[in-house]
Design a protein around this ligand. Sequence first.
Ligand code: RTP
Ligand code: MG
Length: 141
Amino acid sequence: MPSNRTLAIIKPDAFGARKAGKIIALLEEKGFTLRGAKVEHLTSDRAGQFYAVHRERPFYASLVEFMTSGPCMPLVLEKESAVAALREAIGATDPAEAADGTVRKLYAESKGRNAIHASDSDENAATEIEFFFPGQGLGGA
Ligand code: RTP
Ligand code: MG
């Protein structure tokens, strides 16, 4: 059975533009319930660890630089089949390709500065929830 929880991060571009409230409202309208939230300014070490899977990719250094450029807002979100539902709600990585009504279509500037992160599997959701909210039991069923 798919997990009912996933992790989102409102990235520094959207958080710095004071779009966090609008993005959370949109996600709530789409049926997600907020189970965890905080504001964190990532260090290079933390951002590098979070995106370690992309270490060999050409955009890794700029991604870490962007994610440390200001505070971000990690969120634990609950909904049936949460991972797939949130990926659909945020839209394609490149906002130019994102469907109407998605978070990235509405709030992202570019493929690099794309407003929001979402976990891409149940396994990664559990790891990422623990990364931002350790020992709080927020991983869900
Ligand atoms: P995310 O992990 O942030 O939810 O994004 P995603 O799954 O849609 O995309 P992914 O392939 O996992 O890439 C992670 C983040 O790296 C940046 N990126 N920049 N300039 C580029 O070509 C490029 N490609 C990826 C984006 O910020 C992307 O969200
Ligand atoms: Mg990804």
